[in-house]
Ligand binder design. Structure first.
Ligand code: KIV
Ligand code: ZN
Length: 501
């Protein structure tokens, strides 16, 4: 579709109105530069009357010779409009509420007064040679005939853009389409714009409906930030209009993610992981069936290539992971397990997934390297049958263990200074009449942060003939993982003995 639709970014104005956001002048300039690189048509840089810092920020951005047009917000009052004009912006966005609720409770003005003020404001600004955008605040709750009168008249006196503000986000797509069509009938040469809030999660849909019905401009913010539930999300609207409806908006889409990160970092507003396009999970895949399909052909489970918006696809292992996905993930990390080893790795990943843990790349490397270095099942002479450890306040940590060695079962219990110590001693005790082993070295590392971090245990064991072997295991339970490491070390020792004999 060749119809020109302008992208009006209001991250620095409505976005900054997000509760608790406060940007410095430098932050605003940095974001404006990034929005300019992104290719938005208009940057609403701020609301100059609101503070001296805001005035200076808008002035600085207006003077930065960016390609995007710079706009400043003003109420339909002379002081606001003069302050906005003083910043040197290309466009002033002037607004006044038109709904009866606002007239009665906020403005304390009659419809006639609001109508006159809207016209005079547009005329005043036009007289100063700037582009004028007029917003009827709360347009979507305004009596339609009155709204048409206001828009019709401001269009006649020269407003370049007529913005329909869904201030409290109560529109639905059908309603927005109808409203745009109605305003179109009175808009003359003015371009219609839509400004949608996300109170019902419909801001993106309403914006698209407005554009499809003939709006030539839409307002949006990066990451959808803004008052309350936010504004239409720029990245969602842009991608949907381009990919689902065939519009060409002139946005440098590869900078989408970079821009989202910058805005998130400077505003301190976290992007929800499942947010479309820019969320961390937008191109993350966990289910085995999906990763299998993706490895064959990414379009099986991706609507767009993540690189288009500057993101990367990633695969995560968890209980839904399948061996194809885990194999691919390991290969991308330079690890090529054998078929048997892969099965064990997948099993361990699923065990962790069942415990509610997401297995990161770092976890996976730890699991894989411990599995790859393991003694094979056929060669394992010693195996764990049962194991219990008791610990607590004023309780001496005690471990009991049952192992199978050369087909026979052995049981022992030992106390220790802590549960791991008790377990290590119990293992040494259970084998004392067959192979005397001592623990020469024990190390535990947390692979990732958090109390559910994967623990990596490394042990070095020695027999009575000073023969040594090391083993490393990884798992979420430090006692269990330590027991596995110790038994693995002993199995390696036994193998060494066998091959040396
Ligand atoms: O939501 C709104 O009504 C606004 C106006 C200033 C256009 O942001
Ligand atoms: Zn708004």
């Amino acid at each position: 579709m060749n119809k020109r639709v302008y992208v009006f970014d209001t991250t620095l104005r409505d976005g900054e109105q997000t509760p608790e956001v406060g940007l410095t002048i430098d932050d605003k300039v940095q974001i404006a530069n990034q929005l300019d690189r992104l290719g938005v048509d208009v940057i609403e840089a701020g609301f100059p009357i609101s503070s001296e810092g805001e005035f200076l920020a808008v002035k600085k951005i207006a003077g930065a010779k960016l390609n995007s047009k710079i706009c400043g917000l003003a109420r339909a009052v002379k002081g606001d409009m003069d302050k906005a004009l003083d910043t040197g912006v290309d466009r002033v966005h002037v607004f006044i509420a038109t709904s009866d609720i606002h007239l009665k409770h906020k403005l304390k003005m009659t419809r006639e007064e609001v109508y006159q003020r809207a016209i005079e404001s547009v005329e005043y600004l036009k007289g100063h040679g700037v582009e004028v955008e007029f917003s009827a605040e709360d347009a979507t709750r305004t009596d339609l005939e009155f709204l048409k009168q206001v828009y019709g008249e401001v269009a006649r006196v020269g407003a370049d853009y007529l913005d329909i503000a869904d201030t409290v986000g109560i529109m639905n797509p059908e309603g927005m389409a109808k409203l745009v069509e109605s305003i179109k009938s009175v808009s003359g040469r003015s371009v219609i714009s839509v400004h949608c809030h996300n109170d019902f999660g419909l801001a993106t849909s309403n914006t698209i409906a407005g554009v499809l019905a003939g709006a030539g401009q839409f307002h949006a913010t990066i990451n959808g930030i803004g008052e309350r539930a936010g504004n239409a999300s720029l990245e969602e609207v842009v991608m949907a209009l381009e990919f689902l409806y065939g519009y060409k908006l002139g946005i440098n889409k590869k900078l989408t993610y970079e821009t989202s990160r910058l805005v998130s970092r400077l505003t301190g507003i976290y992007v929800q992981p499942n947010k479309a396009i820019v969320g961390d999970n937008a191109f993350g895949h966990g289910a085995g069936i999906h990763t299998h399909g993706l490895i064959e052909e990414p379009s099986t489970y991706e609507s767009i290539n993540p690189e288009m918006v500057g993101k990367k696809r990633w695969l995560v292992a968890g209980k839904y992971a399948g061996s194809h996905g885990i194999k691919a993930q390991l290969e991308s990390l330079g690890i090529k397990p054998k078929e048997e080893q892969l099965k064990t790795i997948v099993l361990k990943v699923k065990e962790l997934g069942d415990k509610g843990k997401v297995v990161t790349d770092t976890d996976l490397v730890a699991i894989a390297s411990s599995v790859i270095g393991q003694v094979s099942a056929e060669e394992r002479a010693l195996s764990l049958e049962e194991f219990i450890v008791v610990t607590g306040h004023k309780v001496m940590p005690t471990a009991s263990i049952k192992v199978k060695f050369d087909g026979k079962e052995y049981v022992a219990s030992q106390m220790g200074v802590g549960p791991v110590d008790a377990a290590m001693k119990a293992i040494q005790e259970v084998l004392k009449d067959t192979i005397k082993v001592s623990l020469k070295e024990y190390r535990i590392d947390a692979v990732t942060g958090g109390s559910d971090a994967l623990a990596e245990v490394t042990v070095r064991v020695e027999d009575a003939n000073n023969l040594q072997a090391s083993a490393r295991t990884a798992g979420p339970d430090i006692v269990q993982t330590s027991v596995e490491a110790m038994l693995e070390g002993i199995n390696k020792l036994l193998l060494k003995r066998k091959y040396q004999a």
